[in-house]
Design a protein around this ligand. Structure first.
Ligand SMILES: [Fe+2]
Ligand SMILES: [Fe+2]
Length: 146
């Protein structure tokens, strides 16, 4: 499997969890989404992002924007985990998170992947999956996150 396919598969897992949340909003689902996205973002930043960013200033700018979105998503998670499901703003905050994540994943699939294909050969894209998966395993959440 190419690393772009692995990334897309994880985006789809997240999308499905957001759809479940729409039907039945729980904190557990938000936590499940975070448990996929945290190592996913870390692995993107450790593996595919640097190689693409090193190529041209245009690619570097795209990658900076994607990293800024990872940070924005993390801040939204922090806000949400300070809330209770019964809070008036809880579902609205998760909705904003969903919108930002959807925008972000589309940007990666529609724009970043095209740039990655310019930088990586097909064989390299397949090889990069191993590094991506390994980076995810290396990711460990900070101790204050449960
Ligand atoms: Fe990302
Ligand atoms: Fe992603």
């Amino acid at each position: 499997m190419k690393v772009t396919e692995r990334i897309k598969k994880e985006h789809e897992e997240v999308k499905e969890l957001f759809e479940q949340f729409e039907k039945r909003p729980t904190m557990k689902l938000v936590k499940q989404i975070k448990d996929i996205l945290d190592p996913h973002h870390y692995a993107e930043e450790e593996t595919v992002f640097p190689k693409v960013a090193a190529e041209t200033e245009q690619k570097a700018e795209l990658v900076r924007n994607l990293i800024a979105e990872h940070e924005a998503i993390e801040l939204l998670f922090n806000d949400i985990f300070e809330m209770k499901v019964s809070d008036d703003m809880f579902e609205s905050k998760v909705y904003v998170l969903q919108e930002v994540v959807e925008h972000h994943t589309k940007e990666e699939e529609n724009v970043f992947f095209e740039h990655a294909k310019e930088v990586y050969s097909d064989a390299e894209l397949t090889k990069a999956t191993q590094a991506f998966d390994q980076a995810k395993e290396e990711f460990s959440p900070s101790p204050d996150e449960g």
